[in-house]
Every structure is written in structure tokens, then in C-alpha cells.
Ligand binder design. Structure first.
Ligand SMILES: [Zn+2]
Length: 298
């Protein structure tokens, strides 16, 4: 079975890549459902997709990415506009799933798919509601620990030593969970004293634990500080472009009038580390460990 799959991969290198993109688009469609229904405490299973007017949406009008363009962004039943965010989330999920497949071995790519899905749901729910539901924080942290045990290569363990490498991997994951949560907790406590208002919430503390469980402590620290820098830069660009932005973003209750959610910044930092920056960031921390402790820390 596995050798058959390897043969397919040898002869048609694009086959599994295409498949992971399509799988990502389908998962993205499901993530849209989660993003809208979970904060409203509605079931994510039943009923099937419905238009805002209440009519069910047929399967052929519900094809990820494509349907939005075929229908030109309007519902077939009543002509109400669909948010462009639906196809955007689907396309983004598909692209990130493909990226995971292209840069990681299959088992790590599968863990990456879970990680990416959690980050996307948390990001868009936080943007909408300024909360991150527990299943994307506490639940995600438990899943991160579990997957770390199952797939030691998620934390650069070869997996050659049965059980020992699994335990090393889950310990690295657990340290990432604790370092991530504790760092955000202390930033929140100190900034609350200095600024005399709540900056980061307990949701961010729990969410950062989940990111750390998938990335280890190096990724957790990068996500917090890298994410804060990227987020601040992004906000600065938005403020400069402010006169050009649509009313939706610009008004009092629009994106720029509200307090800033930190979840999306943490998610962006964690995602960049996980996909592209593991080597340079880990090397940076190793170098600094040598400087601090005077010898190579393994
Ligand atoms: Zn309708």
C-alpha cells in the first residue's frame, strides 16, 4: 500500500500536491462553518450550509473557491451578497496545506494541516469577536501534545529510538506550551500595571500555549516577539493608508476603531516560524545560549 503510494508520487509528482491543495480547499470550507457557528454556539454538523435568507445551499453552489466566482459573490436564491472572506479563507487554507505538503515529510505535513486549521479559525474568530474559544486554545494544546508524541519528527527527533524519541518530542512540546503561556501571561500582567488597562486577555495566554505545543519554546518566543513586531508594522501600514481604506475598516466599530486583537499576530508569528523560519530562529537561540552559558547547549 505505502509502496504503491510512493510509486504514484515518483511517476506523478504533482498528484499529491494537487490533492493536498484540493483537500485544503475543502477543509477551508469547513473552517468557514466553524468560524461562523462556533462563537454562536451552533452545531457545526447540522444543518447543512444555508443562505442568510434561510434557504439551504445546493452542493453545486457550495464548491470551495469556485462557487463564489461562478455566482459572482451573490446567492442564487435571493441575490444577497456573500462575503469575499469565504473564498479567501478557502484559498488561504488550500495554499497553506500545499505549502506544508511541499516542505515537510508526510507525517509532519499532516500535523501542519491541523496546526494551520487551528490558527486560521482562532485568527478569524478573534478578529470578529475578540475571543478565542477554548477548543482552539486548550483543546489545540492537548492536540499539539498528542501529535508531538505520535510524530517525533515534529520536534526534530528522528524517531529511531522508539518511545524515547516520542517522549523527547512530547517534552519539547510541553516546554513550548509552558514557555508560550507564561511569557504572554507576564507580558499581560506587567503591561496592565503600566498601561492601567487590559491588553492581552487570558484567551491569548491559552492560545500561545497551543502554539508552543506545536512549535516548541523557540517557536513560542518567536511567535510572541516576531508576531508583535509584524502586527505593529501591519497596523502602522493600515494607519498610513487610512484615508484610502473602505468605510468598513475605517469607522468607529470597524477594524481600526476597536481594540486590537493579539491572537492573529501570535498566529502569524507561529505560522511563519513553523513553515519557514525554524532553522534560522533555532540557530539564533543556540548562538545566544553559547554566549550566555559559554558552551554549546544541546
Ligand atoms: Zn438566499
Amino acid at each position: 500500500m505505502l509502496s504503491d503510494l510512493a510509486t504514484i508520487n515518483d511517476h506523478f509528482p504533482w498528484f499529491f500536491s494537487t490533492l493536498s491543495f484540493l483537500f485544503g480547499a475543502v477543509v477551508g470550507s469547513f473552517l468557514n462553518v466553524c468560524i461562523y457557528r462556533i462563537p454562536a454556539e451552533k452545531s457545526i454538523v447540522v444543518p447543512g450550509s444555508r443562505c442568510a435568507c434561510g434557504k439551504p445551499i445546493a452542493w453545486y453552489d457550495n464548491i470551495p473557491i469556485l462557487s463564489w466566482f461562478v455566482l459572482r459573490g451573490k446567492a442564487r436564491c435571493c441575490g444577497q451578497p456573500f462575503n469575499i472572506r469565504y473564498p479567501f479563507v478557502e484559498f488561504l487554507t488550500a495554499t497553506l496545506f500545499l505549502t506544508c505538503w511541499l516542505i515537510f515529510p508526510p507525517a509532519v505535513a499532516a500535523c501542519g494541516w491541523a496546526f494551520v486549521s487551528i490558527l486560521l479559525c482562532a485568527t478569524f474568530i478573534d478578529l470578529d469577536h475578540m475571543i478565542i474559544p477554548d477548543r482552539f486554545t486548550v483543546g489545540a494544546a492537548m492536540l499539539g501534545l498528542f501529535l508531538s508524541f505520535l510524530v517525533p519528527s515534529l520536534h526534530a527527533q528522528s524517531g529511531d529510538l522508539f518511545l524515547i524519541d516520542n517522549l523527547r518530542s512530547v517534552i519539547h512540546s510541553g516546554i513550548g506550551l509552558l514557555v508560550g503561556s507564561a511569557t504572554v501571561l507576564w507580558i499581560a500582567l506587567v503591561s496592565e500595571i503600566i498601561l492601567r488597562k487590559e491588553t492581552m486577555g487570558f484567551g491569548d495566554v491559552k492560545f500561545m500555549g497551543a502554539i508552543g505545543a506545536f512549535t516548541g519554546w523557540e517557536g513560542a518566543l518567536f511567535a510572541i516577539f516576531g508576531g508583535a513586531i509584524l502586527g505593529t508594522a501591519g497596523l502602522a501600514v493600515l494607519l498610513v493608508l487610512r484615508p484610502l481604506l473602505s468605510k468598513k475598516i475605517n469607522t468607529e466599530d470597524g477594524l481600526l476603531g476597536r481594540p486590537v486583537p493579539f491572537g492573529p499576530m501570535l498566529a502569524l508569528g507561529g505560522l511563519l516560524y513553523f513553515l519557514f523560519l525554524q532553522e534560522p530562529v533555532d540557530a539564533y537561540f543556540l548562538e545566544n545560549a553559547e554566549m550566555l552559558f559559554g558552551e554549546t547547549v544541546q
